[in-house]
Design a protein around this ligand. Structure first.
Ligand code: GLN
Length: 367
């Protein structure tokens, strides 16, 4: 047990009974969430502000975190994770840094723990699957009650928490001739930037707007975006996407959007044991054989054996473990990716997904 001699103490308690002491940073207090890990070596500002991470405590496996401070590379307006777990926090040194990682987390009241053997935590998660955890930071170690944290972790059920909330909309950007409506379940800014860069006029709308309001904008294309939580619990979201697909407007589904498309057309989505979170995941495009290194952040995946009879066909597959990473439809102007073609953070190898969507939109619904 490591109780720091100076500075705040912190405890990460996992549902399986593991209690880890470390040094606290960021905001004081206690947060509960699903504990997940990312193998990304950099891009922590983008990751921490990715709304898909809502309800989750993020473990970064890269050993040193914080060295380039906090540049203004955000995917949404605030930190979205419930807590941050790292091996070592470093002093920032970078011309684009506006403050330290510690100051940023402190300002937003998000607890962080350092001095953790993150490899041991990851081995536990990989062995037993993702599990709930509670993270507490306090000036005085005596104020932390590990038993209470374990109880809080045991009571937390990520599957049933409603985490979906629009992160950007409503807003219109870009001046292009073709109009794309982005359905916001917790959209990443990077997706919108990629669309604006392709000369679209882009309107981001909260998913709660419904089909009628979306169609009243007369979209030439629709993007069903990323977002947090369990897609199978989002009945209204699935219903909305079914309606969107019924209009025949060219549609791009990204991450949560890809999963909702699958559910809307009758396929199945399963929870993965510990998910894919990283920025160097190899994905094969089955239409060409082309390989891309891609960014992932997903804890659920579409079951490829459930595509029969839905009209959906596999388009992208993860080379490491065979996970279905994207789909097309036999008749509809539809393209989906489980990975993040915008990177943010990460490589842009697969940004041609946006080019292909643009071609679909320009073709006016004929694929
Ligand atoms: N990035 C996303 O859109 C994530 C989708 C979903 N919440 C998952 O974890 O699989």
């Amino acid at each position: 047990m490591l109780v720091p001699e100076e500075g705040p103490a912190a405890v990460l308690a996992l549902k399986d009974g593991t209690v880890i002491w470390g040094r606290g940073f960021g905001g004081a207090g206690t947060r509960v969430g699903e504990v997940v890990f990312t193998t990304a070596m950099n891009g922590y500002t983008e990751s921490l502000t990715d709304p898909s991470y809502r309800g989750q405590i993020l473990v970064i496996t890269h050993p040193l975190v914080g060295n380039y401070g906090v540049p203004p590379d955000f995917e949404s307006r605030r930190i979205q994770v419930e807590g941050l777990v790292i091996a070592a926090l470093t002093e920032p040194s970078h011309p684009r840094s506006e403050r330290s990682l510690h100051e940023w987390l402190q300002g937003e009241g998000i607890p962080g723990i350092e001095g953790v053997d993150t490899r041991a935590v990851v081995k536990r998660i990989r062995g037993s699957g993702v599990m709930a955890g509670a993270l507490s930071v306090a000036e005085d170690p005596g104020d932390i009650d590990p038993e209470a944290l374990l109880r809080a972790a045991r009571e937390f059920d990520y599957e049933s928490v409603d985490l979906v909330r629009p992160s950007l909309g409503p807003a219109t950007m870009g001046v292009g001739g073709h109009h794309v409506v982005v359905v916001d379940f917790g959209i990443k800014g990077g997706i919108v930037r990629e669309l604006v860069a392709r000369d679209f006029k882009v309107t981001v709308v909260p998913w709660s707007w419904g089909l009628k309001e979306i169609m009243s904008l007369r979209p030439d294309g629709i993007v069903v975006g990323n977002g947090p939580g369990n897609p199978s619990a989002m009945e209204d979201g699935v219903e909305l996407v079914r309606g969107i697909l019924g209009t025949g407007v060219p549609t791009l589904g990204i991450c949560l959007g890809h999963q909702l498309v699958a559910l809307a057309l009758g396929a199945r989505v399963n929870k993965m044991k510990f998910g894919h979170r990283g920025i160097n995941k190899p994905v094969r495009d089955l239409s060409t054989g082309r390989l891309s290194i891609t960014t992932h952040n997903h804890g659920y995946a579409v079951d490829p054996s459930s595509l029969d009879g839905t009209g959906l066909r596999p388009r992208f597959v993860d080379v490491d473990d065979g996970t279905l990473e994207g789909m097309v439809h036999e008749r509809m102007p539809l393209l989906t990716s489980q990975f993040h073609p915008e990177g943010s953070p990460g490589p842009r190898d697969a940004s041609y997904v946006f080019d292909e969507f643009r071609a679909m939109v320009l073709a006016g619904g004929r694929h």
